[in-house]
Every structure is written in C-alpha cells, then in structure tokens.
Design a protein around this ligand. Structure first.
Ligand code: ADP
Ligand code: MG
Length: 209
C-alpha cells in the first residue's frame, strides 16, 4: 500500500510572500530531484500565465489550469511526487476532494492561496485545507499605514495612494456587483488595486474604524 502524501498549506493575505515561499519550496524540491508539477490558475493573468510570479517579479514555470477536472487530468499524466498549487482559492471548494485524492495516491501537495477575502472574511477552500494539513504556514504582509503585521488586504480606489491614510476613499464596492468570494478576476491585482492592512487599519466592508 502506498503511503499517503503530506499536505502543506501556505496561506495569508495579498503581499504576504505566499508565492515567494511556494517558489522557494519548489526550487528546493527540484534540486532534490523531486518530480514537481507546478500549477497556476488560468484566471491569473497578471503576468505570463505559464509562470507563477511574485510581486517582486521573480517567476518559475507553471502549468495554467482552469478548473479542478483539468488539475486531476494533469496529475495523471506523470508519476509526480509533489504538486504545488498557486492561488488555490481560484479553484473553489471542489479543490478539497481533488487534493484529498492526490494525497491518498501518495502525492505530496502544497496548496498556496488567500485565506481571507478583500472584505475580511474566510476565503474557502484555504480554511478547510488549513484544518486538515500536516503543515500550515500562515503568513502576514506589512500594513501600508503603520508597518505592523497585516492579516488583511483591501481594495483601493484608483484615486487613493497605497500609503494614503484617507480611509474614506477605500473602495466599498457594491455587494451586488462584486462579491468577495466570486471566483473571477476581482481577486487579481497588485499594488495599484489592493493594499495590505493590519487589524486596526483594515476598513474593508463591515470593518470601518
Ligand atoms: P503573495 O503571493 O502573498 O501575494 P508575493 O510572494 O507575490 O506575495 O510577494 C511578496 C513580496 O511583495 C514581498 O517580498 C515584498 O517585496 C512585496 N511587497 C509589496 N508590498 C508589500 C506589503 N505591503 N507587505 C509585504 N510585502 C510587500
Ligand atoms: Mg501570490
């Protein structure tokens, strides 16, 4: 009987270094001769979709996939030792049973993604993965207002400077047009769209200070 694989979760808000940490682990595994499949989501169009790219611009090759079925199919193509998934929240809750299946087949899996939405709510499937993982790395970013640990990120209006302190200008998108858990391009962005915030300076929906 094959030993089960290990599940490692790397979770946090935007800018917390999740992709950097995933890339570091993938590089180490590659040096060790581990057969790795690196998966990105085809919705993540911030850069070449055949790469995982960090906010610092560093990247590694990845296979862009659009859904859980394509991931399961890609995982069957070769005898992989490790499957590393970037921006796992894009795959939605169906990713949980799909990853469980990989683990049962003896494949180690690293799931990396946002565990919190831009309005400060748990963002599945990361919280579910955190509950059942052998290892969880919970990262924080740096609050753009005070420099403390940021557990949140929030959307920024075009007119606001990322360092600006005018919380009234933080975008409060109408719920009908922009659900924080919608699996779409609203979760793709960088310094021009989102900012990292600590608990005190987070002013996302329902958390006005
Ligand atoms: P994630 O995948 O979690 O969004 P990345 O790994 O792509 O994060 O990028 C992390 C890098 O982003 C940091 O090493 C740093 O250079 C840069 N960065 C920009 N803004 C911030 C911030 N507010 N807090 C922390 N890092 C930031
Ligand atoms: Mg990332």
């Amino acid at each position: 009987m094959t030993d089960s694989g290990r599940l490692t979760v790397i979770a946090g808000p935007m800018f917390s270094g999740k992709s950097e940490e995933l890339m570091r682990r993938v590089r180490r595994a590659t040096i060790a001769g581990v057969d790795v499949l690196v998966v990105s989501h085809s919705l993540d169009t911030r850069s070449d979709i055949s790469t995982i790219t960090s906010h610092t611009g560093v990247n590694i090759p990845a296979v862009p996939l659009g859904d859980v079925a394509s991931l399961a199919e890609a995982a069957r193509q070769k005898d992989y030792d490790l499957i590393a998934i970037d921006e796992a929240q894009f795959f939605g809750p169906d990713l949980v049973p799909a990853v469980d299946e990989l683990l049962r087949r003896g494949i180690d899996v690293i799931v990396e993604g946002l565990c919190v939405t831009f309005d400060g709510q748990p963002f599945e499937p990361l919280p579910s993965f955190m509950a059942v993982a052998e290892d969880v790395l919970r990262l924080t970013a740096v609050c753009t207002v005070c420099g403390k640990d940021a557990v949140f990120h929030q959307r920024l209006e075009q007119t606001e400077s990322p360092l600006g302190s005018d919380s009234a200008k933080i975008a409060q998108a109408p719920a009908a047009t922009l659900a924080a858990t919608t699996i779409d391009a609203s979760h793709i962005g960088g310094l021009d769209t989102y900012v990292a915030r600590c608990r005190q300076h987070f002013t996302g929906a329902g958390h006005e200070t």
